[in-house]
Design a binder for this molecule. Structure first.
Ligand SMILES: [Zn+2]
Length: 418
């Protein structure tokens, strides 16, 4: 291995320190089955933020926050005028989440800063680790909230006005966080960013199946959501002959089956999910007069997702079986394609560090979607056991966590010297 500032910093990544920090963070909101419930801006989130602040203070890194509660840890560069390179992810979790989703990217970023310190490697640009507020969207909707506000895609006031299930707004939850963080200065929203690179567990099975340690992420697949409403006619289940019925449930199941055929993909890249399916009035002796169901469609290619969306609309109407069908799109997030140069940077440093790697698109959405467009953006994945995530059983190995942090550290060192 050739000695460069990148490899020197990467080699200073401390596997034990990173793992111990992951386990410490997992204690904030720990659940009985090994998982974590750490909702955005909750007392558990505050505990994690205080912990982050103490680790940063111990190394002399500067900690700031902004109007939506994003938390920043900064290691200065030699050029005080230069825009920072940013890295990070989120500290909030699903209600029954795992120990690694999100928090891994934040702690891998902190580990990179510590490794740079330990290796005595200076960079021209500052490097900032960010913990984005409310990525999961489980307490406050929508998700990726902090990065959306930072990137100017969501107005701060709109985000602050969002309420959780108990009617507590982001603004009032944030006020409580602030009360615990009087030692953290509040900075202006947004600002120039030279580049952004996020580390995350894959949340899928590809790396593990291929026996690779690091994922070089090429982009994030597009997501489309649809609500489908099938309207038939309520009738008496005992007296109405089958041939005169307009059974909305029968039509809806026919549509779902036909969609499964229309969207069939021998390469298994298309993601098609009916996650909610409700029949009304939901009485045993009444023919269902109305069915509503949701479709979640994902694909990394923009033209393909466009074609499949058109197929959904067409198939739903063709298979209506005498009922009326309305298809309404409720979300359309175009695929993210990371710039070649960012993908190449991750690949180059994985190669230089002799860490096995594989290029793949992300199946899940991430804060990186928001940074893409603001600055050159990329991602680094590590495997998670059996591809399981958003589950208390989520698991990753100390060695893979460290390997991902090494690639991240090398990338950050490189990007911060450009
Ligand atoms: Zn995540």
């Amino acid at each position: 291995m050739t000695e460069t500032p990148e490899t020197r910093a990467a080699r200073a990544v401390d596997e034990t320190r990173l793992w111990d920090r992951l386990m410490t963070m997992a204690s904030y909101g720990a659940l009985a089955n090994g998982g974590v419930n750490r909702q955005a801006l909750s007392p558990e989130d505050v505990a994690a933020r205080r912990r982050m602040k103490r680790w940063a203070d111990a190394r002399g890194f500067q900690v700031t926050t902004d109007g939506i509660g994003n938390l920043f840890v900064r290691r200065p560069g030699s050029d005080p005028e230069a825009a920072p390179v940013m890295t990070g992810s989120h500290m909030d979790s699903q209600p029954t989440g795992g120990k690694f989703d999100g928090i891994y990217g934040v702690l891998a970023g902190l580990e990179a800063l510590c490794a740079l310190e330990d290796a005595g490697v200076a960079t021209r640009r500052p490097i900032e680790v960010v913990a984005w507020t409310n990525e999961e969207g489980s307490r406050f909707r929508p998700g990726v909230m902090g990065s959306s506000v930072f990137a100017g895609r969501l107005a701060l006031d709109d985000a602050l006005g969002v309420a959780d299930g108990d009617g507590i707004t982001v603004a009032s939850a944030l006020a409580e966080v602030r009360a615990a963080e009087t030692d953290i200065p509040v900075r202006d929203m947004g600002g120039p960013v030279a580049s952004y690179i996020e580390a995350h567990i894959e949340q899928g099975p590809v790396l593990e199946a291929a026996g690779k340690t690091v994922g070089v992420v090429t982009g994030i697949q597009g997501i489309r959501w649809f609500d489908v409403e099938v309207t038939g006619r309520e009738d008496h289940a005992g007296t109405t002959p089958l041939k005169t019925r307009k059974d909305a449930l029968k039509a809806a199941t026919g549509i779902v089956t036909a969609l499964g055929r229309a969207l069939a993909d021998p390469d298994d890249v298309v993601r098609f999910t009916v996650g909610r399916f409700e029949a009304f009035p939901g009485a045993p002796s009444t023919v269902p007069g109305r069915v509503v169901f949701t479709i979640d469609l994902r694909h990394p290619d923009g033209a393909t997702i466009e074609r499949l969306s058109a197929a959904i609309a067409k198939t739903s109407v063709v298979e209506a079986a005498g009922c009326e069908v309305a298809v309404r799109e409720t979300m359309n997030a175009a695929p993210t394609i990371f710039p070649d140069e960012m993908v190449a940077t991750v690949r180059r440093h994985a190669e230089a560090l002799e860490i096995s790697h594989l290029e793949l698109p992300s199946g899940a959405g991430h804060d990186a979607m928001n940074m893409h467009g603001l600055c050159p953006t990329g991602m680094v994945f590590i495997p998670c056991e059996n591809g399981i995530s958003h589950n208390e059983a989520e698991a990753a190995t100390p060695g893979d966590c460290a390997a991902g942090a090494r690639v991240l550290t090398a990338c950050l060192t490189d990007l911060a010297n450009r």
